[in-house]
Design a protein around this ligand. Sequence first.
Ligand code: PLP
Length: 497
Amino acid sequence: MTSLPDLKAQILSLTRDYARQAHASHRPAADTERSPWAEGSPIPYAGRVFTEDEVEAAVSSTLDFWLTLGSEGAAMEKELAAFLGVRHSLLVNSGSSANLVAISALTSAKLPDSRRLKPGDEVITVAAGFPTTVAPIVQVGAVPVFIDADPITGNARCDQLEAAYSPGKTKAVMMAHALGNPFDLSVTLAFCRKYELWLVEDNCDALGCSYSMPRPLAESLGFSENSPGLDEGPDRVIRWTGTWGDISTQSFYPPHHLTMGEGGAVNIVRDQKLKVIAESFRDWGRDCWCPSGIDNTCNKRFGWQLGELPEGYDHKYTYSHLGFNLKPLDPQAAIGRVQLRRLPEFIEARKRNWEFLRRGLAPYDNWIGFALPTHATAWHPDQGHSWDASGCRSECSWFGFKLAVKAAAPFSRTDLAEELDHHQIGNRMLFGGNLLRQPAFVQLRQDNPEALRVATSLEGSDEIMNTILFLGTYPGLTESMLSHEVEIITKLIERHG
Ligand SMILES: Cc1ncc(COP(=O)(O)O)c(C=O)c1O
């Protein structure tokens, strides 16, 4: 009879053969075994990029059949935390869940009363973006306070934070690094330090983006260390986005920088207490922190007395929060671990693809408004970006290639989107545009006008909603696909020129 290890090895070897044949079109663009793209076939804006390695990892973990978050999950949590240089990463089943866990953690009674987010307290956020950056704020009974977004960076107008502050009520800032462009962290961190506010970075679209500051400024904000693998010399501090705030979140849904199918993570940057609280919210609200299948990590499973429970009530069934169960499966983590090894290559591919499109479309800047990284003042074909006087810089591993159709253009954003659709070129609007105009938020305001607050005019968010779309930058795009995109847009422009 074939031994179990031999049987498994045979299955995995066949799995690799199958995946190599079945999924050749999903390999990274630079992979020599990738099936070529034929002109006229679809060009998605994003998608899974993987090889037989991910399929083998998924099958191997499935054959082990632990299923629930286990050894693969624990390993991925360590590896992600090590990549980012944060204290802990907790895996969850989506980026939306990560945002829900992150904001829920701030409501915990285990935090000092003055910092705890209570019903009716305010969280400053930005009007343009993805809805589940904001929805969790409402879901925990807090009030989102909206500032505007800048159409060029796609990010929050951080100069408006002061206008949104409400003494005694504002407890946190929670915003996304839009489409892989870091928001102005120097201004936001100074604001959060001034008023002792939590900063939650929604890093779902920005894994592998970085932000740097002159060392004295960084040190005045409490940062002296670079993130692992990043260095801009002794006079500057450079860190990944997602490592400047208190908590940050990731999405591992397929269009994102790496995928586990569905999935996400909550990164706890420094504070061990926030890790225990966030884990509790992820895991049913329990007080116990034993990994699945393990008992008595605290060595006093029957030695606690909490709440109004009897002395010695099982710690495993003691609940200190009104929690959720938002864990992913172990086979997803097995896939994620392989993807994490590809992350440096994926980060660079996204930068290259953005640059390729930027160069290709550069002649049309009278009609197309291009994105600039936060703190950049201009893009030059030879020297890259020039920077503002703040001394801060952002380096984008772009989630997408954002472009605005200017008012002067003889075609509309819809004309462009339809042309791209006609040629099966994936394109997207900037998620929900001005979220306040979405039916869910209109309804929220109708049901309870106090449920949200708008601190400033939202004209930038409206402009984003009305003029912007984005193309893909994901690592599955080859040069011929990108050239085809440039050619289709060029032809549209020339037809109108
Ligand atoms: C900025 C941002 N936050 C959160 C999410 C939600 O992530 P998920 O789809 O994994 O729930 C997304 C999704 O794309 C996003 O773009």
